[in-house]
Design a protein around this ligand. Sequence first.
Ligand code: 9MG
Length: 261
Amino acid sequence: MGIVNVTPDSFSDGGQFSLFQRACEHADKMVAHGASFIDIGGESTRPGAVNVSIDEELQRVIPLIEYIAKHHDVWISIDTSKPAVMKAAVNAGANFINDVRGLQEFGALEMAAELDVPVCIMHMQGQPSTMQISPEYSDVVADVHAFFKARIHACLNAGIKRENMILDPGFGFGKTLSHNYELLNRLDEFQVFDLPLLIGLSRKSMIGDLLHRGVSERLAGSLAGVLLAAQRGGDIFRVHDVCQTLDVLKVMDASEHYQHL
Ligand code: 9MG
């Protein structure tokens, strides 16, 4: 899953793809490199980010969704928590909802049920504006597990089909460095839900803070994280570097394939 943030303050590209033309070119490149999903976000969810209005978010994402739907055969994921944006995005051609708030905003559960498309339910402690101010857990894996259990129940009650659910532990969303690495280490414990796992750790602080690397120097660390997550049950990887990530996954697949010959 390649990331295209259509936000002026995008954390990884300094906003360089905020213009429609640049965003289209970026999406084209990711599809050419083999992405099977493009995740489009019009509101930054990085720590400390401020909310944007529905109109602003729609103006940022809808033209890009229409462009990708017209030019590419790829899953189009809309990164939003707002029911109105979910609806407009799906009407414009998106076919996957990526909600970092786990469908907890007012009306989001009902909207996801009505739209009947796959939805990623991500765990976050707090809200983006404050989530990195001393996050606390008694057992981070147990807490995320309990959250998944409760949200799956709420989704089923709202009429969302189980086969449309994808889970995401939400690396970096209200978690310290040690919480993130404990989650990564124990990722296989979420396989009990028998649902696909989406993993997003590309260029995040859990890489940069560990290695003391700036955002542009986190590729090797991000690839190591993808490899470990893939070995522990990750299915979909939300990344900035599609080409390099696919190389890593292909090498992993080949080693598993030849082991069984
Ligand atoms: C939008 N966004 C930023 N980080 C993310 C992550 O780790 N997972 C998902 N599903 N979305 C994310």
